[in-house]
Design a protein. Structure first.
Length: 73
């Protein structure tokens, strides 16, 4: 599930309703480091999201993002 495009219902199943709203409010994310800046999402919680299969991609962006957030062209 991509954090930039997931629906509220999908995010709610993953993180709960209040946290899902927070994730949507702070979109778009360019890196996991930006997700870690969302209130309630520290490095541990980000690691849990990644382990659950969550991804961070920008729709329509031809670049891909490495795990460290650096763009590759």
């Amino acid at each position: 599930m991509d954090l930039n495009t997931a629906s509220l219902a999908g995010l709610t199943k993953l993180v709960g309703l209040e946290s899902a709203y927070d994730l949507i409010l702070w979109r778009p994310y360019l890196s996991w480091g930006e997700v870690a800046c969302v209130p309630g999402f520290d490095e541990r919680r980000v690691a849990e999201l990644r382990a659950a299969g969550a991804t961070v991609k920008l729709p329509g962006d031809p670049r891909t993002f490495r795990d460290d957030g650096a763009a590759r062209l």
